[in-house]
Design a protein around this ligand. Structure first.
Ligand code: G3H
Ligand code: ZN
Length: 286
């Protein structure tokens, strides 16, 4: 069923695992992620950035596509459709009205008080409708669609500010930027585990780890042990899918039917998502 993230993340904190947020880019991603979650018997969060929604035909189309596929595949695991890095109050409302069950309001580029005020405004409406909300503090480096943060702008979240934001907004889950990066890492990721522990102790809400692509398994496990209950992955699936498309087209230069290369790409995405779900420990937690 389509649900908010609230219950799945509470369960994840208690069970010491993380629910994967896998981002949708097109039909094949949606099919692959839903099937992977069902086969792993795992709760799953479908992340939709504003750019990806625009590419696919808008929030409404994404909701209708997800609902139709869930019916077609007899999906029984909990599924949330979540706006990823929502850029404004208006965008969050648009997603909610289209049927999203969860939104992120990313006010991380605003001063603390403004971020809190904006997050609160979204939560007022969202919570009255049973929609879960994620907020962010600090700045996650790298690039995801329209969101570009260069090295100099990337910033670690300050624990006392995290505490204030969570206390004043009653947000359902929270992403403190602690050195993770959107897209491939340059060198080894350097996550701020001490701060992560402090933020969890202070706030007590499920934490979110963005930039899940390229983080070593040991770091994933450590983050989960410190209260990370949601891990976002997009680039890893994109890289895997593109490698498959390249391989098919190189091996069979005569292929022109998109199903002949997007079908295999879909299989690759499904296997990649299943491996992530197992790594996050969310298999058989539906
Ligand atoms: O919000 C989405 C994620 O943080 C994705 O990060 O593309 O580096 O896996 P990634
Ligand atoms: Zn992100």
């Amino acid at each position: 069923p389509l649900v908010s993230m609230t219950d799945m993340l509470k369960k994840a904190v208690l069970g010491k695992y993380a629910v994967g947020q896998f981002n949708l880019n097109n039909l094949e991603f949606t099919q692959a992620i839903l099937q992977a979650a069902q086969e792993e018997n795992a709760p799953v969060i479908l992340g939709v950035s504003e750019g990806a929604a625009r590419y696919m035909g808008g929030f409404k189309l994404v909701v209708v596509m997800v609902e139709a596929l869930m019916e077609e595949y007899n999906i029984t695991v909990p599924v949330a459709i979540h706006l990823d890095h929502g850029s404004s109050f208006e965008k969050c409302m648009e997603a909610i009205h289209a049927g999203f069950t969860s939104v992120m309001i990313d006010g991380s580029h605003y001063p603390l008080e403004e971020n809190i005020a904006l997050t609160k405004r979204v939560i007022d409406v969202a919570h009255s409708l049973g929609i879960s909300v994620e907020a962010e503090l600090g700045r996650i480096g790298g690039q995801e669609d329209d969101l570009v943060v260069n090295d100099a702008e990337a910033m670690y979240a300050v624990p006392s500010e995290c505490d204030q934001l969570v206390r004043e907004t009653k947000v359902d889950c929270f992403a403190p930027a602690l050195g993770s990066v959107h897209g491939p890492y340059k060198g080894k990721p350097n996550l701020g585990f001490d701060r992560m522990e402090e933020v969890m102790k202070l706030t007590g809400v499920p934490l979110v780890l963005h930039g899940g692509t390229g983080i070593p398994t040991d770091d994933i496990k450590r983050a989960i042990s410190l209260g990370t209950a949601k891990i976002n992955v997009n680039t890893e699936n994109q890289i895997a899918a593109s490698a498959t498309v390249r391989k098919v087209l190189e091996e069979k230069p005569d292929v022109y039917d998109p199903r002949k290369y997007l079908g295999p790409a879909r299989d690759t995405i499904k296997e990649t998502v299943k491996a992530k779900i197992r790594e996050f420990g969310s298999s058989n937690q539906a």
